[in-house]
Ligand binder design. Structure first.
Ligand SMILES: Cc1cc2nc3c(=O)[nH]c(=O)nc-3n(C[C@H](O)[C@H](O)[C@H](O)COP(=O)(O)OP(=O)(O)OC[C@H]3O[C@@H](n4cnc5c(N)ncnc54)[C@H](O)[C@@H]3O)c2cc1C
Length: 323
């Protein structure tokens, strides 16, 4: 059996969990086994009503007042109990902040390996081989698990939510959660959000991203006008943040946010690997750069070779005139 664990993000299944569910559906097919989907903790009913739209063998609901609020102690205890009872071959997660917090505890409790932040899976000879970036994304390593069971988390965009198989669970069961007050020794702060201003780049469908190619902070308003005309969020490369032109929560990349919008509109960004790991999962990438050899063009769907400072104001005007 494959187990996928869903996470609640402000009333909806976390987008990373949807991608983990796509992974789960593929694993179940390749390994010819059942797929169980676990809705755990806070607002299980919200997760359940959405998870009922996706194909699985079984939907498991783990509800208890002591895990109404997330805690690493509570979640790791309940998940360890679920895994002990169901004995899945693999338990799958999106690689979210919450998963980074509680899944290592499950790994330690059950003495089960945790392969985290996987970027792709190859089913060679029926056995999965996991690819993972190391040394700040400069190298990729291939991992094979020799133990009978493992915990696996997937980097955003390792699987595409577009590939989700809709349908319905074949069965639905309540898990008998056994928790005592003294199982919960730590209390979590309210849910971490990327910024205090409520900007959530990970949920943005359209992003205008600016790089050092905009040349000066004085040119930022022109890029922001394009974003406003498109109804997009503004993001940036790291130098733009380092120079103080935009706040850190706008940064995309290995030391910033990982985004996967429908359109990533890149303006004067070179496409260094540390930036690309944060946006390569975008459904469409349009890049403007005056250097035809800029690495960003290797992953761009649409390449515009030219001066961003000339093109963007004209484009903004066109968009505004067409409204
Ligand atoms: C440990 C570590 C972590 C890092 N983390 C991140 C991260 O999270 N995110 C990140 O972005 N970077 C990160 N970096 C930095 C990364 O290596 C690059 O230096 C950075 O992404 C480059 O930003 P840039 O593309 O804006 O600037 P540049 O590399 O300077 O590129 C500017 C681009 O603009 C083009 N250009 C110039 N003028 C124009 C014009 N008028 N019109 C059109 N194009 C023009 C140029 O041809 C060039 O391609 C990290 C680095 C390290 C070492």
């Amino acid at each position: 059996m494959i187990l996928v664990v869903l996470e609640n993000q402000r009333g909806k299944i976390h987008p990373f969990s949807i991608e983990a569910l796509v992974a789960g559906q593929k694993f179940a097919k390749n390994l010819n086994c059942d797929l169980a989907v676990l809705c755990i903790g806070e607002k299980v009913k919200e997760l359940k009503s959405q998870a009922q739209n996706f194909k699985s063998s079984k939907l498991i609901l783990a509800e208890h007042s002591l895990i109404d609020m997330y805690s690493a102690d509570g979640y790791s205890k309940v998940l360890s109990d679920v895994i002990t009872e169901l004995s899945p071959k693999y338990a799958l997660f999106g690689h979210s902040y919450m998963v980074r917090d509680f899944v290592p505890r499950v790994s330690a409790k059950l003495n089960m390996p945790f392969v985290s932040d996987i970027i792709s899976v190859d089913f060679k000879d029926g056995n999965p081989h996991f690819s993972k970036q190391v040394f700040n994304a400069k190298l990729a390593t291939s991992i094979e698990v020799s133990s009978d069971q493992a915990l696996l988390s997937f980097q955003s965009a390792a699987f595409s939510s577009d590939d989700i198989e809709e349908g319905e669970p074949e069965a639905e069961v309540d898990f008998n959660v056994q928790l005592l007050d003294n199982d919960i020794k730590s209390k979590s702060e309210p849910e971490f959000q990327e910024s205090s201003t409520g900007v959530d780049l990970t949920a943005a469908e359209l992003i205008v991203s600016v790089g050092r190619g905009i040349e000066s902070e004085d040119n930022l308003p022109s890029m922001e006008s394009l974003a406003e005309a498109m109804g997009a969020e503004v993001a940036s490369s790291r130098p733009v943040v380092d120079m103080g032109w935009l706040p850190p929560y706008r940064q995309v990349g290995s030391s910033g946010q990982v985004v996967s919008p429908k359109l990533y509109f890149s303006c004067g960004v070179s496409g260094a690997i540390q930036h690309v790991v944060g946006m390569k999962g975008s459904k469409n990438i349009l890049a403007i750069n005056k250097d035809e050899d800029a690495p960003i063009f290797e992953i761009a769907d649409y390449a515009v070779i030219g001066d961003v400072l000339e093109i963007v104001p004209k484009l903004t005007e066109e968009i505004n005139n067409s409204k």
